[in-house]
Write a protein that binds this ligand. Structure first.
Ligand SMILES: Cc1cc2nc3c(=O)[nH]c(=O)nc-3n(C[C@H](O)[C@H](O)[C@H](O)COP(=O)(O)OP(=O)(O)OC[C@H]3O[C@@H](n4cnc5c(N)ncnc54)[C@H](O)[C@@H]3O)c2cc1C
Length: 287
């Protein structure tokens, strides 16, 4: 299908893009990799009169380290996350998990910022950003503001981004020594979105869980931070019983929608399974 007609704009700076957003109003949409927006336009779910292409804005791409924080430009494509030496050394969960997103063609064009800004609970970055305790830098006509991933996802396709703001940067705390991590994703076939996914970041102190953050993919209207599952683990020795208790707590917090990937009960059960596997994998890496 061919999308409806639109005017195309190609700014060269964030300031220029924000100016265009301000003058064109709600009839304008930002274009990143286009792998979510263009299909929605072809299906007439989105019909913007103006597209503001962010691809020529060099300042929005790249990965660097700033003290103990890894800073990722919103227009950095998935394949560049996988190849990043900084991420491999400091936030290896991202390199590993991104390999499970879509296929090489999509990863060559799709951006981390687009994946997050789209607000789709089926996308993988939202749950990963919750587990990683990421912060998003949003820039608009009044300057920059920072929003924690915990506060960003408001509903399906709804985020804390205002109409005149751009997500410019994703800031992720570098892993402390002996941080364990895992992302488990059940999918029907290579390239598919998750039926259920679980991201875990944890640390152990003498066999007791001293730090844990859990994000779940595609089992609720937004990516889900499973705080009750975290509470079932924190301060506890890691055992089959505590892992099962965490899985039960996560399953109780899930609110999946039935679709072609399965029933509500199946998805809830798979969220529990994915979480148990992720906790065990993460724990094995804590040494
Ligand atoms: C076949 C296929 C399989 C896929 N499988 C997966 C998968 O398994 N897991 C997964 O996570 N994703 C998957 N995707 C989605 C893919 O990762 C998209 O690239 C991603 O959802 C959107 O990123 P994008 O750069 O393409 O953004 P776009 O499609 O260009 O934009 C998406 C939305 O975000 C807005 N936006 C983009 N950038 C910004 C910004 N910097 N600031 C503010 N708003 C912005 C746009 O206006 C638009 O509303 C798949 C896509 C396809 C086509």
């Amino acid at each position: 299908m061919i999308p409806p007609a639109f005017e195309y704009h190609a700014p060269h700076s964030v300031g220029e893009a924000i100016g265009l957003l301000g003058s064109l109003g709600s009839d304008a949409k930002l274009l990143a990799g286009g792998h979510s927006l263009l299909p929605m336009m072809k299906l007439r779910f989105a019909q913007p009169g103006h597209l503001i292409d962010l691809n020529r804005i060099a300042e929005l791409r790249g990965i660097c380290e700033d003290g103990g924080t890894v800073c990722i430009g919103a227009m950095t494509v998935e394949n560049d996350l996988i190849a990043s030496k900084v991420l491999q050394a400091r936030v290896p969960l991202l390199c590993e998990a991104v390999k499970l997103i879509a296929d090489p063609q999509v990863r060559n064009r799709g951006t981390i910022g687009g994946d997050i800004a789209h607000g789709d609970p089926a996308n993988d970055h939202p749950a990963l950003s919750l587990a990683l305790d990421a912060t998003f830098v949003l820039q608009g006509p009044n300057g920059k503001r920072s929003v924690k991933a915990d506060d960003f996802y408001l509903g399906t396709y709804m985020t804390a981004l205002a109409d005149d703001e751009i997500l410019t940067e994703i800031r992720v705390p570098a892993f402390a020594p002996k941080t364990g991590y895992a992302y488990t994703k059940l999918k029907r076939k290579t390239g598919d979105w998750a039926t259920a996914g679980a991201a875990v970041v944890m640390r152990l102190d003498g066999g007791v869980v001293s730090h844990v953050r859990i994000g779940l993919t595609n089992v609720a209207p937004t990516a889900l931070r499973a705080t009750t599952a975290e509470d079932a683990l924190k301060g506890q020795p890691l055992s089959d019983a505590t892992i099962a208790a965490a899985a039960q707590a996560a399953m109780a917090a899930c609110d999946p929608a039935e679709d072609l990937r399965g029933s509500v009960d199946y998805k809830r059960a798979m969220a529990g399974q994915m979480l148990q596997r992720a906790i065990r994998q993460a724990a094995a890496r804590c040494a």
